[in-house]
Design a protein around this ligand. Structure first.
Ligand code: H4B
Ligand code: PHE
Ligand code: FE2
Length: 300
């Protein structure tokens, strides 16, 4: 049963991961900027505090162990927007990653180049008070609160670095669309089965109050065992809750993706029809067959 307030009333918290803005002048060759931590206003720190406290209350029992452990060891709290320099010190020691500030979405090849070199591009801006529930581009709350704790986990940190290298490869192969789906259904909206229950590891969920509830508790979405080719073929929504969540047995499965050569898979799926988010295939290992009520109601 769904325990969150009526979704029609509660605006959906989304962070859009659309294509990089084509109309912005690059601030530097690799699009990085100074975070400008000293320039944050009290109101901006206040927005962080509101989001941080609300999400921190909700995540116990919902976020996966790796996320909880990562957050515990990071210099990140409610009172102010974290200083990327301090986060990078801790991250560098733990998994060799650092956070670099960017003004917003950056071009795909720039994005992958950073990930391949263990640099995580994080927006330095924070959403406005009236945007608490909907955001066009990943802001500092989504990027830092949502993504950074998982970068403290060695398996995940290695996966994201390999993904970056894979992104540069897919960019050259012209198969970015297929690879972006793997990112979307893992790094952004992935769930993992723990012995004590289903848990969130995707940042797009972890940074969203309403989707942290919907993804685990609501009867509407499908929940299907992760399968690489299936995910590569499956389209996704960028401005509403997901209709399907793919579930890993454990995070170690992600390392498998670095051992598989994607080129033959990309070639094979080119001739297969694209799947829509609500589709279920006979071969799917369905953990929960969704009612589709949420999206059905929205269509009506
Ligand atoms: C598929 C594409 O690479 C993906 O959406 C990228 C694009 N550029 C980005 N740029 C930033 N800063 N953050 C992101 O998460 C992304 N996502
Ligand atoms: N193995 C992928 C690269 C990759 C690694 C890890 C995650 C995602 C993609 C390839 O051959 O392109
Ligand atoms: Fe993200």
């Amino acid at each position: 049963m769904s325990t969150y307030t009526d979704s029609a009333a509660a605006p959906v918290e989304r962070v859009k991961h659309g294509l990089a803005a084509g109309d912005v002048v690059p601030p530097s060759p690799d699009w990085t900027i100074d975070q400008g931590w000293e320039n944050y206003t009290a109101e901006e720190h206040g927005v962080w505090k509101t989001l941080y406290e609300r999400q921190t209350k909700l995540l116990p029992g919902r976020a996966c162990d790796a996320y909880v452990e990562g957050m515990r060891d990071l210099p990140m709290g409610p009172d102010e927007i974290p200083d990327f320099r301090k986060l990078s010190e801790t991250l560098m020691r733990k998994t060799g990653w650092q956070i670099v500030a960017v003004p917003g979405l950056v071009p795909d090849d720039v994005f992958f180049e950073h990930l391949a070199n263990r640099r995580f591009p994080a927006g330095n801006f924070i959403r406005k008070p009236h945007e608490l529930d909907y955001l066009e581009e990943p802001d500092v709350f989504h990027d830092v609160f949502g993504h950074v704790p998982m970068l403290m986990n060695k398996v995940f940190a290695d996966y994201i670095q390999a993904y970056g290298a894979g992104g540069l490869r897919a960019h050259k192969l012209g198969t970015l669309k297929n690879l972006a789906r793997v990112y979307w259904y893992t790094v952004e909206f992935g769930l993992v089965q723990q012995s004590d229950g289903l848990r969130i590891y995707g940042a797009g969920i972890a940074s969203s109050y309403t989707e942290s509830i919907f993804s685990l508790d609501d009867a509407s979405p499908n929940r299907i065992r992760f399968d690489l080719e299936r995910v590569m073929r499956t389209n996704y929504r960028i401005d509403d809750f997901q209709e399907v969540y793919f579930v890993l047995n454990n995070l170690d499965e992600l390392l498998e993706l670095d051992r598989i050569d994607f080129a033959p898979l990309y070639a094979r799926i080119q001739s297969q029809p694209e799947l829509q988010p609500g589709d279920i295939l006979p071969v799917d290992e369905v953990l929960h067959r969704g009612t589709g009520a949420y999206h059905g109601a929205k269509k009506a």
